[in-house]
Design a protein around this ligand. Structure first.
Ligand code: DGT
Ligand code: CA
Ligand code: CA
Ligand code: ZN
Length: 575
């Protein structure tokens, strides 16, 4: 089962939202938000925790600990139930529209009786918001745009959410004795950034008990369709899951078919047709005679078509089939190629765990080096100072002596509207490596934004541009700049572009990576961890890098330490 932490985080966030809607107190909702985040990022499962232990978690005081304990013990929270009774669910939904806060949501409900996204759109179109305090023309336009953004995500979920659920479901299915093999296919196996539905594939000679277990698993909200070898359910979180059961001897063909993408499959099938063959989920057949040729493994299917096996993350018909045919498929980077993480935080700024805990967890992942990159002073709420940074550096150097892993002292700088960063060269000199990111002024013109980022990359002490487009999947579109100009400058200045592994960022995204790669850009696949539980997010960054066709040679943190240090030193030395 999933950790209690995630459930509690979700419930506290709901409580926070409802509080923000009904109460004038600005600090209380903020306290719940912080507690939710700390609990979500806490390294241990809080399932069996008492009030005392809960209070050991950062940002969790006595009163919140008691509420969480009530939730863990009884499955609900009295005060949350009371708020739910006061505020219809649709009002909270209004808050999720980018640009519409809790106060406006409450005004809409109290004064216009609007309690849902569609009702709000109708009211805008009918001009019913004219004259309502706080809803000018400009606000209305922002709302309409925000709703469009929300609907674009169209019920798709982040890959991380889908992967957790798929693994839980495979756990359930693996307990059925009749199951010989089970895996996920579809967009999840291709590790697309968002997932429409989960496709599970099972090999079994006796589908009956498999279907039974699937239809009655604890995550089912309703069963949409149930057949002998095909079923679909909707889970309690609203996500659809399709299951197909196939005979073990056609596993490879079925896996190939259900992994997709559709475009990739169409192209592969054309190749089959040209060879006088027919490819389906049941195998590769002689077209004339209908005789089965292969079905056992994906490798055999591809081989018989004259192709090497193609990694699922590449199967988007973006040239991978031609490359495979010509023997030019890249050897894409693997998780095991990563030697370190170059973008991580501690509780010195907005991280949730102390330096020691982060380092210990990273060392457990087998890294050769690890950079700590807490926020620099211009992100004011983090209250960073030179002294704090230097004190952290001393502590890090001490810790390094007890480690086999090399510890690098870095920072995440803020790129200001002109492209300058926090500290002068003399101070930046003291860091082993730096990340620089856009954290403010997201609405500059495209030209200004391009100049801003290029200027930051021209700084000899900036090594990695963090989450380059600053998008938040399903929430924020991301900044716009001239891609060619920025990618060209990255290659020219010896600045790596980040592939941020956080599942709600995945930034750069796959298409941008493909594009940047053609300019000869180097990349850093980093987690931007704010807690030890974020460190394993590296798998999402690696998958995104694969989808952008990166090899380990393209990625600076897959390099040996000496080569990485040389990358930093060369830029500092100048042309
Ligand atoms: P999603 O669910 O929107 O994130 O994307 P997919 O790729 O998982 O799409 P889905 O769930 O509709 O289908 C799963 C795979 O099954 C798809 O990638 C390829 C295969 N498939 C489904 N329908 C067709 C079809 O009509 N033709 C072909 N060639 N393949 C199909
Ligand atoms: Ca799917
Ligand atoms: Ca599907
Ligand atoms: Zn960061």
């Amino acid at each position: 089962m999933a950790r209690a932490n995630e459930l509690v985080e979700e419930v506290l966030n709901e409580y926070r939202d409802l509080l923000a809607i009904v109460s004038e107190d600005r600090f209380k909702p903020r306290a719940y938000e912080k507690a939710a985040r700390s609990i979500g990022g806490y390294h241990a499962d809080i399932g069996g925790f008492g009030v005392r232990e809960l209070q050991d978690i950062p940002n969790v005081g006595k009163s919140i600990a008691e509420k969480v304990h009530e939730l863990l013990a009884t499955g609900s929270m009295q005060e949350l139930e009371e708020l739910r009774a006061q505020v219809p669910a649709g009002v909270r939904q209004l808050m999720s529209i980018p640009g519409l806060g809790p106060k406006r949501a409450m005004i809409l409900y109290r004064e216009c009786h609007i309690a849902g996204v569609q009702e709000l759109l109708d009211a805008i179109h009918e001009g019913r918001l004219a004259g309502v305090k706080g809803f000018g023309k400009k606000t209305e336009e922002n709302i309409v745009r925000g709703v469009a953004q929300l609907q674009q995500s169209g019920g798709r979920v982040q890959v991380g959410v889908a992967l957790d659920l798929a693994e839980e479901l495979l756990g359930v299915l693996s307990t059925v004795p009749e199951v010989e093999r089970a895996t996920y296919a579809g967009s999840l196996r291709r590790m697309a950034e968002t997932i429409g539905d989960i496709d599970l594939l099972v090999a079994s000679g006796t589908p009956g008990p498999v279907m039974e277990a699937f239809a009655s698993n604890p995550y089912v909200d309703r069963v949409m369709a149930r057949g002998e070898t095909k079923s679909s359910i909707i889970t309690t979180k609203g996500l659809q899951v399709d299951l197909r059961v196939v005979p073990p001897e056609v596993w490879g063909a079925a896996l190939q078919y259900f992994t997709g993408s559709k475009a990739h499959n169409v192209h592969v099938r054309e190749i089959a047709v040209r060879k006088g063959l027919k490819l389906s989920e049941y195998g590769l057949f002689e077209a004339e005679s209908g005789e089965l040729i292969v079905a056992d493994t994906e490798e055999e299917v591809y081989e018989r078509l004259g192709l090497p096996w193609i990694p699922p993350t590449l199967r988007e018909d973006r040239g991978e089939i031609e490359a495979a045919r010509d023997g030019e498929l890249p050897t894409v980077i693997e998780l095991s190629d990563l030697r370190g993480d170059l973008h991580t935080h501690t509780d010195l700024t907005d991280g949730l765990a102390p330096l020691e805990k982060m380092v210990e967890t990273a060392a457990g992942l087998g890294y050769e080096y690890y950079a700590v990159t807490d926020h620099a002073p211009n992100l004011y709420m983090q209250e960073m100072t030179d002294e704090k940074m230097l004190r952290q550096r001393r502590r890090l150097r001490e810790l390094a002596e007890e480690q086999r892993m090399v510890l690098l002292h870095g920072t995440e700088l803020n790129i200001d509207p002109e492209g300058e960063v926090d500290w002068p060269a003399e101070f930046l000199e003291g860091f082993d490596v730096t990340v620089a990111s856009v954290h403010s002024h997201f609405n500059q013109s495209k030209d200004d934004m391009t100049r801003r980022i290029v200027r930051a990359m021209e700084n000899p002490h900036v090594n990695v541009i963090g989450h380059p487009t600053a998008r938040m999947i399903g929430k924020r579109q991301g900044i716009e700049f001239d891609l060619d100009a920025v990618f060209e400058a990255a290659a020219r200045t010896g600045t790596a572009l980040e592939v941020n592994s956080f599942p709600d960022r995945l930034d750069l995204r796959d298409e941008h990576i493909l594009w940047a790669r053609r300019h000869g850009v180097r990349f850093a696949v980093d987690t931007d961890s704010h807690s030890p539980v974020h460190l394993p997010f590296m798998r999402f960054g690696v998958a995104t890098a694969q989808r952008g066709w990166l090899t380990k040679d393209d990625v600076i943190n897959a390099w040996p330490l000496e080569r990485l240090r040389d990358f930093v030193a060369r830029k500092r030395a100048g042309p």
